[in-house]
Design a protein around this ligand. Structure first.
Ligand SMILES: [Zn+2]
Length: 272
C-alpha cells in the first residue's frame, strides 16, 4: 500500500506508508494522542518552543524515535522559520535541536540526507509536511510547507537540492504529502487570494470562493500540482486527505486552536 495509514507501535500512534517502510524508509507523522502533555498540549506535543514543559516534550520525542528502535540523539531538527532554506545533513548534525530548540539548525525549513540512521525531525500544527524519497540514489527529505513555504515553492527547492547533492531526478523521487490544513478550512484574505492567483497561474481548483465571497486555499493540492509541474510523476505522489483543523481528536491545529496548541512530528530516515 502506498497510502497513508494509521499505525500503532509500542503505544505510539502515527501515520505511515507501507510501501516506503518496505523500501527501507522509516517514516512517521504523529497524531496528538498517547503522550504525556496536558491542557492545550494534550497529549503528544513534540514542540519545544510552544510553552509546554520541556521534560514532557522530550519524553514524547523519545517515544516517537522508539517506533523505529532509535534514540532521540539520532534526530536532527531545524528552527522552521517559514523560509525556503534547505540543509543537507549527516551524522555530524545528529542531536542538533533534538533536546533544545535553540540548538536546532537556524534559518532552515527543509532537511535532506543520504546517511542511514539520521532522523529528520520537523514539527507541525497545520503547515504541510512534505516527505521525499529517492529510491534510486537512496536519499530522503522533509520540507515544512505552510502558506509562505508554498508561495516560495520550498517543495520544488527541496527537490532541486536533492538533485544537486545526491544526483536525484524529479521523475524518480517519491513524495508523500502528510496531514495539514486543507481547502475546507484554510480561509485566506482577499490580498493573499490575489497573490496566490498570480503565483500559481495554470493550476486547477486550488482556491474556492464561497457564495459570501470568502476564499479557501488548498495548500496540499497546490504543493502536489507544483511538484508535478516540476517533473514528479503523479503516481509517485501520495496525499493524505486528512485536514488537521477538521480533526481535533487526531491533530493539533494552530488556526482552530487560535495558536495555543502543540505540534505533531514528521520523522523520516533511511534504514539502510
Ligand atoms: Zn478542514
Amino acid at each position: 500500500m502506498s497510502e497513508w495509514q494509521l499505525y500503532n507501535r509500542k503505544g505510539q500512534e502515527y501515520f505511515s506508508i507501507d510501501s516506503w517502510l518496505q523500501d527501507g524508509v522509516d517514516i512517521a507523522f504523529t497524531t496528538r494522542r498517547g503522550g504525556c502533555g496536558t491542557g492545550a498540549f494534550e497529549a503528544c506535543n513534540l514542540g519545544l518552543h510552544v510553552g509546554d514543559q520541556a521534560e514532557k516534550v522530550l519524553t514524547n520525542r523519545r517515544n516517537v524515535l522508539r517506533i523505529f528502535d532509535a534514540e532521540l540523539g539520532q534526530a536532527v531538527c531545524c528552527q522552521q522559520v517559514h523560509g525556503d532554506i534547505i540543509q543537507s545533513v549527516n551524522k555530524s548534525q545528529q542531536g542538533q535541536g533534538a533536546f533544545r530548540h535553540e540548538q536546532a539548525i537556524p534559518n532552515c525549513d527543509s532537511l535532506i540526507t543520504n546517511t542511514p540512521g539520521v532522523f529528520l525531525f520537523t514539527f507541525y500544527a497545520d503547515c504541510i509536511p512534505i516527505f521525499f524519497f529517492d529510491p534510486v540514489h537512496r536519499a530522503v527529505g522533509v520540507a515544512h510547507s505552510g502558506w509562505k513555504g508554498t508561495m516560495a515553492q520550498i517543495a520544488v527547492k527541496t527537490l532541486k537540492a536533492m538533485e544537486q547533492e545526491y544526483n536525484s531526478r524529479s521523475g524518480e523521487v517519491h513524495i508523500a504529502i502528510g496531514p495539514g490544513i486543507a481547502g475546507c478550512c484554510f480561509q485566506v484574505a482577499s490580498d493573499l487570494y490575489d497573490k496566490v492567483n498570480q503565483a500559481f497561474t495554470g493550476y486547477n481548483g486550488i482556491i474556492k470562493t464561497t457564495d459570501s465571497n470568502e476564499f479557501y486555499w488548498d495548500l496540499p493540492e497546490t504543493n502536489r500540482q507544483m511538484l508535478i509541474k516540476y517533473g514528479v510523476k503523479p503516481h509517485h505522489i501520495t496525499s493524505s486527505n486528512l485536514c488537521t483543523a477538521c480533526h481535533p481528536e487526531l491533530f493539533f491545529s494552530y488556526r482552530r486552536d487560535n495558536g495555543d496548541t502543540g505540534r505533531m512530528g514528521a520523522l523520516i530516515a533511511l534504514k539502510h
